[in-house]
Design a protein. Structure first.
Length: 718
């Protein structure tokens, strides 16, 4: 039936496994007041405390208890009714717990004052109870420390790290989306990032509601208690950023019809306007009308004890994806052993931050600056080869080219790079201090440049309606209508039909090398500053979206040249690594060639999954992934749990070929799969050095890595 199917889906039980049929004696608890039925637990399933926990209902059958038809009495009431059978029940419960060495969930019936046991099973429990029971039972010597580690499922730890809906609350569920980032949030619905920030500054709790988010929404996401989108999947911008910040998010709630202009959304006739309170549960994907009371997480000493035991057996190191010092510090608190991915694009600012207009001026001046640089290089080559009159003409061309580089058209480019150098150097210093003594992998700029500019449609609307306030502000940012028209032409020129496969990653560093050179200079100067003050920065520079050895060689050569210049100027010795992110199938199968230029590989499994399947993750999760899973066309969502057959094979191939070319090649993974327990098991099996995930999933990854090591040990002993 549907209940059985749903249960199997939830707990990943194969349909073909089958279901047993038990034939047992029928006993009756509804034969009078000397009969009854009950449910009992050998420990409290909510807290893990020892004691008597359960319900009893006289003159009733078992279904009456679990169906909520009648209100049961506490289990202790049985003592007054039938002391002999109550004590017998307590004895049996103790024996069952000793036998199974775990908390048991028991159902029983009293028929005419005689106790009958109906069933027992290992009881379900909250995350907090699971941790307490495991540590307590190890202390009682019922189980070993390794068994205690195995008793707690990694995903149960999510409940301990984030607020949750009060399980006793009545919910008016409006819609259900994807459980993109765990935890729960309550706040007033707002429909744009600026409003979210403004309302939060005056003390309001807000939930940012968007069709989908983009980097321009970051300041609103930071201000909001939670994020709700009607589009996008678990690896969308909203989901990834929310998880990194530890904020709850529900994505892909397609039942929401959002009208941002009217500042409202509707679901099946129910309308929610800006300012109305909603609640979201990022752990289950529920969207609720009104305020739901929340239960705040509590991290016990037993939580740290259990993770300490896990650390003693795991082999995989666990790092965090973190883009700023506070996130890095939070990750370190959760036990991260470094940063596996620092995304530098998140440092270029958000609306209202002076860095964003600075970077925009760099982008807009870059084509002219690059053309002038190429003209100068050509002129210098010709001057070096020329003789006599031709040489004088060539030298004049060199002077003209140098003057062009100092022109008013190009000056904002170099001025902007200087400002960004100072800003990024400050960012990297703070991160190196937060992660002192631990490795920090910094990815050079990855997204296409148009993502940092206004949308061309917004600019077109602003130019067509210059009297609107928003239009005036946008036009003013670029210095007037004429300049805004020039910006529009540049934006249109930069926009791409398929930006994910276009001018991004290392291709940016090759076409606009000054951007990467500036970033590398900021990284090395920051490390030098930290080391000069007695710190221990561990630097790893990562080049994104490499497909060929030649691409990596070009960027790596420039990076090492810049690093060498800084270190020589500062007179400081500093070890650093230059490596790459493997996120394209070609890079995986050509890993032996690429490893000749790379000192480490970091697998970007989000993009590797997209490019292997040909899936656009934001689209497929909202449009047809649920159907694929329902029809069993896929065993699991490949963006949540790694596709071992396809994507996993590419990762394993790259590891083997990379290590064959370079024995000391460091191998890690920094995609979202680094926090997925099933994927962590696979990464352990193929011999990665570390996994990296969002800070709030670090404890989960630590426990999952321990499970993987213990599982391998168990297999070896068979």
């Amino acid at each position: 039936n549907e209940r059985a199917k749903t249960y199997r889906r939830q707990y990943k039980i194969p349909d073909e496994l089958g279901t047993a049929v038990n034939v047992v004696a029928m006993v009756f608890g509804n034969l009078g007041e000397d009969s009854g039925t009950g449910v009992a637990f050998t420990r409290d399933p909510a807290t893990g405390e020892q004691g008597i926990y359960g319900d009893y209902l006289s003159n009733a059958q078992g279904e009456d208890v679990v169906a909520g038809i009648r209100t049961p009495e506490p289990l202790q009431s049985l003592r007054k009714r039938n002391r002999k059978e109550f004590e017998r029940l307590m004895d049996i419960m103790a024996r069952l717990e000793r036998h199974y060495r775990d908390m048991c969930d028991i159902e029983f019936t009293i028929e005419k004052e005689k106790l009958w046991m109906l069933q027992t099973r290992v009881g379900k429990r909250t995350g907090a109870a699971a941790v307490k029971m495991a540590v307590d039972m190890a202390g009682e010597r019922l189980i070993s420390r390794e068994e205690a580690v195995n008793r707690v499922e990694p995903d149960q730890l999510d409940q301990l790290l984030h607020p949750q809906f009060d399980p006793k609350a009545d919910l008016d569920v409006l819609a259900k989306g994807l459980n993109a980032s765990p935890g729960a949030a309550v706040g007033k619905a707002v429909f744009d990032a600026d409003t979210a920030e403004a309302w939060a500054e005056r003390g309001e709790a807000v939930v940012l509601v968007r069709r989908e988010t983009n980097p321009d929404d970051l300041h609103g996401m930071i201000a909001a208690r939670g994020i709700l989108t009607s589009h996008g999947g678990k690896t969308s911008h909203a989901a990834v950023v929310a998880r990194g910040m530890g904020k709850p998010a529900v994505c892909g709630a397609e039942a929401l019809k959002i009208d941002a202009g009217r500042r409202e959304f509707s679901v099946d006739g129910t309308k929610v306007t800006e300012g109305q309170v909603i609640s979201i549960d990022g752990t289950t994907g529920r969207v609720v009308l009104g305020e739901v009371s929340l239960v705040e997480p509590k991290l016990s000493g037993q939580f740290e004890t259990l993770l300490g035991w896990a650390d003693a057996v795991r082999q995989l190191k666990v790092r965090a994806n973190a883009d700023d010092a506070p996130s890095a510090a939070q990750a370190r608190k959760f036990g991260a052993q470094g940063i596996g991915l620092c995304r530098t694009e998140h440092m270029f600012g958000t609306p209202g931050d002076p860095r964003l207009p600075t970077f925009r001026q760099v982008i807009l001046a870059a084509p002219a600056a690059r053309a002038a640089q190429l003209r100068l290089a050509q002129a210098e080559r010709e001057a070096a080869d020329a003789r006599g009159k031709a040489r004088r003409e060539a030298e004049a061309a060199v002077r003209e080219a140098r003057a062009q580089l100092k022109s008013a058209e190009i000056k904002p480019y170099f001025d902007g790079l200087k400002k960004l150098l100072a800003a990024q150097r400050k960012d990297f210093e703070a991160i190196f201090r937060a992660m002192d003594g631990l490795p920090v992998t910094i990815r050079l700029l990855d997204p296409p440049l148009h993502e940092f500019l206004p949308d061309s449609k917004d600019l077109e609307i602003a130019l067509a309606t210059p009297n609107l306030k928003a239009s005036r502000e946008l036009i003013r940012e670029f210095g007037g209508k004429r300049k805004a028209e020039e910006v529009l032409r540049e934006v249109v020129a930069l926009e791409e039909n398929n930006p994910m496969l276009g001018l991004r990653g290392c291709r940016l560093g090759i076409l606009y090398p000054d951007i990467y050179r500036t970033q590398v200079q900021a990284i090395i100067e920051a490390a030098c500053n930290v080391k000069a003050r007695g710190g221990d920065p561990r630097v790893e520079i990562m080049v994104p979206l490499v497909a060929t050895r030649e691409e990596l060689a070009t960027v790596a050569r420039e990076a090492r040249e810049v690093a060498g210049e800084v270190l020589e100027r500062r007179g400081i010795e500093l070890e650093y690594l230059v490596g790459t992110m493997i996120e394209l199938p070609r890079a995986a199968v050509a890993a032996d060639e690429i490893a000749e230029e790379a000192e480490f590989f970091s697998f970007g499994t989000n993009d590797l999954t997209q490019t292997t399947f040909g899936f656009s993750r934001d689209d497929v999760e909202g449009k047809f992934m649920a159907r694929y899973l329902e029809e069993k066309l896929l065993p699991a969502n490949p963006f949540e749990s790694l596709d071992e057959t396809g994507v996993g094979e590419l990762v394993q191939t790259a590891c083997e070929r990379g290590r064959k070319a370079r024995e000391d090649l460091k191998l890690g993974i920094c995609g979202e799969h680094g926090g997925d327990p099933a994927s962590v098991t696979f990464f352990h099996r193929i011999g990665l050095d570390y996994v990296s995930c969002s800070p709030y999933r670090v404890p989960i990854a630590r426990l999952a890595a321990a499970h993987a090591a213990l599982g391998e040990r168990e297999e070896a002993s068979k």
